[in-house]
Ligand binder design. Structure first.
Ligand SMILES: C[S@@+](CC[C@H](N)C(=O)[O-])C[C@H]1O[C@@H](n2cnc3c(N)ncnc32)[C@H](O)[C@@H]1O
Length: 308
């Protein structure tokens, strides 16, 4: 039953790179089905602390049951950029590790009521936190054409963004767009048949990222986490989207080389010293066997940095 909720991606690699202190303090900002959490908790000593956050109350409730035998996990429902509140409540000041496994869980995609999947017969929703007031219906029926184009291009890199946005605006003059069928039908009529499945994936993903403000929260959290890391403490991020990976990659690069001096001057005058180093290899991806066993892992990219 636990595996049905979500299969953890790159489990062995995450443990071997992030578990630096068995008595340490860890923050998991994306608890999901608790798959990675369980791997950590199985290894951590009783005096270690594992803070598990998720913005989805269903994920927290599920993990409370699944992980009930572990007494050193502290739960906090909220977005991971609120991690300082979670640390304060848990009485934690410094971290040995921060882990984020971005995006949505298998359970969220599979649960038709959540409206994440691009299959017919679902109500369009896509809220990661079901208490949020806005759903993806508000975006589809409320954004003007140029905003829709921006979302589809920026977060979906969708070639037919203009066609799709134009048709959405036209279609919603006839009726409010509420169901996945409405959106699938619009995409079908806006892109050439050959590429339509890819467009479904890109458009649904772009709307999800916009609605849940995913990239802004990631950026904010990474930057704010650095002062909380102990020397030798690590940050490990699994991303599934090129926009996420760009943020993670440039964050680690800037922490490793914050110098802002022009490259042609012989010595550094800005005085900015490296704060983190990137672990090698700089990029870890699932091997063929993992992708075969868990096709949802195929786009995963994992990067790790260590506080100096
Ligand atoms: C890929 S799943 C994590 C799976 C987990 N590592 C496991 O092994 O079961 C991503 C989870 O992160 C949550 N999430 C995504 N963005 C979040 C954010 N900004 N703050 C808190 N939780 C977030 C989602 O609700 C989802 O449950």
């Amino acid at each position: 039953m636990p595996e049905a909720y979500h299969i953890p991606v790159l489990g062995a690699q995450v443990l071997s790179t992030l578990l630096v202190e068995l008595h340490g303090t860890y923050l998991d900002g994306t608890l999901g089905g608790g798959g990675h959490a369980q791997l950590f908790l199985n290894k951590l000593k009783k005096d270690a602390v594992y803070i598990g956050m998720d913005r989805d109350s269903e994920a927290i409730a599920y993990c409370r049951q699944r992980l009930s035998r572990f007494k050193n996990i502290v739960y906090h429902q909220g977005t991971f950029d609120e991690f300082e509140t979670a640390l304060r409540i848990a009485g934690v000041r410094v971290l040995d590790g921060l882990f984020l496994d971005l995006g949505v869980s298998g359970h969220q995609i599979d649960d038709g009521n959540r409206g994440f999947a691009y299959r017919p017969g679902l109500i369009l929703d896509m809220r990661m936190n079901q208490n949020d007031s806005q759903t993806v219906r508000d975006i589809l029926n409320g954004y003007d054409e140029s905003e829709l184009i921006r979302v589809f291009k920026q977060y979906g890199e969708e070639r037919y963004a203009r066609n799709i946005a134009r048709r959405i605006v036209k279609e919603r003059q006839n009726h409010v767009l509420t169901r996945s069928d409405d959106l699938l039908d619009i995409i079908n009529r806006s892109v050439p048949g050959k590429t339509v499945i890819k467009s479904y994936a890109r458009i649904f993903q772009a709307l999800r990222i916009e609605l849940n403000n995913e990239l802004n929260l990631l950026q904010k959290t990474l930057i704010r986490s650095v002062p909380y890391l102990k020397p030798g403490g690590r940050v490990g991020i699994i991303s599934y989207h090129s926009g996420e990976d760009r943020i993670v990659k440039s964050f680690f690069r800037e922490q490793e080389n914050p110098c802002t001096c022009p490259p042609d001057i012989p010595y550094c005058s800005c005085g900015k010293k490296p704060v983190m180093r990137r672990l090698k290899p700089h990029l870890i991806v699932p091997d063929d066997e993992e992708v075969r066993q868990n096709p949802r892992s195929r786009s995963a990219k994992y990067r790790v940095g260590e506080k100096i």
